[in-house]
Design a binder for this molecule. Structure first.
Ligand SMILES: Nc1nc2c(ncn2[C@@H]2O[C@H](COP(=O)(O)OP(=O)(O)OP(=O)(O)O)[C@@H](O)[C@H]2O)c(=O)[nH]1
Ligand SMILES: [Mg+2]
Length: 195
């Protein structure tokens, strides 16, 4: 995808605030701090379109980023961040669920997991839930630059095993620092969005 234009199009905390575009959307889900916002910035070649932070819990709303007036990349709040209150967790959970459950424009969910760690229980829940709902989904292992090639491959095998992925399930690695995986991810996104 040649990025001609990328900007924030809408911000929402409830379905009534979702934009009426009718254009395909790709959503990015994963635990807090896994690198969702950084990955979106890499995809659109911008340093800080989506706000990132070393402190987990940065993205607390649903952000819709428009690319070339063709497609929307949707940054979801992270889950599993221990330091937020129970109420807030429930609120974010509800926000994520409402979006994933109801959004007709949604063509593909990209589930991010950290390549350095075993997926969390929340990751597994999310993966199983999306499988059960029949969502089109792909798993991306983030922060690949933090591991050597050898470790990386071992890690990918572990992630597949832990999430009980089948041969048909796609898992790719990605680094927002080196941009490794970017072209492959765009290719998949374009396929699913019919672009
Ligand atoms: N080395 C390295 N660091 C990364 C990479 N991706 C993200 N980070 C760092 O990880 C931290 C969290 O990144 P974010 O993109 O804000 O994570 P997020 O998933 O959007 O987090 P929430 O908004 O809290 O859900 C930041 O300090 C990033 O610089 C990567 O590919 N490599
Ligand atoms: Mg974020």
């Amino acid at each position: 995808m040649i990025i001609k234009k990328a900007d924030i199009y809408a911000t929402a905390v409830a379905p009534s605030q979702y934009p009426e575009t009718g254009l395909p959307e790709i959503a990015f889900a994963g635990r807090s701090n896994v690198g969702k916002s950084s990955l979106i910035n890499s995809l659109v070649n911008r340093k800080s379109l989506a706000r990132t932070s070393q402190t987990p819990g940065k993205t607390r709303v649903i952000n819709f980023f428009g690319v070339n007036d063709e497609i929307y990349l949707v940054d979801l709040p992270g889950y599993g961040y221990a330091k937020v209150s129970k109420d807030e967790k429930a609120k974010w959970g509800g926000m994520i669920e409402a979006y994933l459950n109801t959004r007709e424009e949604l063509k593909l969910v990209v589930l991010l997991v950290d390549i350095r760690h075993e997926p969390t229980k929340d990751d597994k829940l999310m993966f199983d839930w999306m499988k059960a709902t029949g969502s089109q989904m792909l798993v991306v292992a983030t922060k690949a630059d933090k591991l050597t090639r050898n470790h990386r491959n071992k890690s990918l095998v572990q992630i597949r095993k832990f999430l009980q992925m089948t041969n048909d399930d796609i898992l790719i690695h990605f680094s927002s620092q080196t941009k490794e995986g970017r072209d492959e991810l765009w290719e998949i996104i374009e396929n699913y969005s019919g672009k």
